[in-house]
Write a protein that binds this ligand. Structure first.
Ligand SMILES: CC(C)(COP(=O)(O)OP(=O)(O)OC[C@H]1O[C@@H](n2cnc3c(N)ncnc32)[C@H](O)[C@@H]1OP(=O)(O)O)[C@@H](O)C(=O)NCCC(=O)NCCS
Length: 240
């Protein structure tokens, strides 16, 4: 089947991207996904509502954040989205100003506090070491039907070329499932990030989401422009 890398069309692609995103993170189930894209309630209609909310939110993020660029790899025979990638292309240091992402996808109770802390903890390692222009791979997924055919690799090649053309570093927060793809491309592990939001005063909503999401591990990985060279590359954040 012919598979083609294209820029996503923001006027029409978000519903299909959101559906493919859900199906990718459901197989295998990765619990931290629920903190970003929750299903409120049980049953098929609740899941459908969650996918619709995700599509609206992805579109909203895209409209308001000019650094975002969505790509897709399409099965041109069926029109199915096989792979999706969301980039942040930062020509300036993104951490020059404080970033806040209120987790409005949860009601204003302990579940929102939990998700906001998780998002903040997720971003902290990069905020410490990535205070320069860079390329960030925010989301990458390949639908289970299309895995292990080199589609993730195709996205990585696009990103490495883009970062090299801009002369900037490339960061990502890998899931355990994605890590080997990045290692094969010469990415260096900067920090293992075990995320478990904490509070002294959990309400029922906090306890419920904590039981669902639990702790999750991400790996901050990095590639300097031109690729990492052992014994030569200096990590900019370690320079005196
Ligand atoms: C991680 C993920 C994006 C990889 O996507 P993918 O399109 O399958 O990636 P690739 O095909 O390029 O590489 C995956 C593996 O398939 C192997 N592969 C590639 N082409 C192959 C082929 N023709 N035959 C057999 N294996 C192949 C690669 O060597 C790689 O092996 P590895 O796991 O030992 O490193 C995908 O598994 C996924 O969506 N997971 C769920 C969401 C997630 O965790 N995303 C990562 C966020 S950081």
């Amino acid at each position: 089947m012919p598979l083609e890398l294209q820029d996503a069309d923001p006027t029409s692609d978000f519903p299909a991207l959101a559906r493919a995103l859900f199906e990718s993170y459901e197989e295998p189930w990765q619990s931290f996904f629920h903190a970003y894209f929750p299903i409120h309630g049980a049953g098929e209609e609740a899941r459908e509502a969650a996918i619709r909310e995700a599509a609206t939110r992805l579109e909203d993020w895209h409209t308001h954040d000019l650094t975002m660029r969505w790509q897709k790899i399409v099965d041109t025979e069926t029109g199915n989205i096989a792979t999706g990638a969301l980039w942040n292309i930062y020509p300036e240091n993104p951490f020059a100003e404080t970033q806040e992402l209120p987790a409005t996808w949860f009601p204003d109770d302990g579940s929102r506090r939990f998700a906001e802390q998780l998002v903040e903890l997720h971003g902290q390692p990069r905020a410490r070491v990535g205070q320069r222009p860079h390329v960030y791979l925010f989301i990458l997924f390949t639908h289970p039907r299309y895995r292990r055919r080199g589609l993730g690799q195709q996205i990585m090649e696009w990103g490495m070329k883009k970062a090299d053309e801009m002369g900037v570093e490339f960061f990502l927060d890998a899931t355990p499932m994605g890590r080997s793809l990045y290692e094969r491309n010469g990415f260096v592990l900067i920090e293992e990030n075990v995320i478990l939001p904490k509070t002294d005063s959990p309400d029922d909503a906090w306890r419920e989401i904590e039981a669902k999401v639990g702790s999750s591990t991400h790996y901050l990985m990095w590639r300097p422009a031109g690729g990492y060279k052992e014994g030569e590359t200096i990590k900019p954040w370690e320079e005196k």
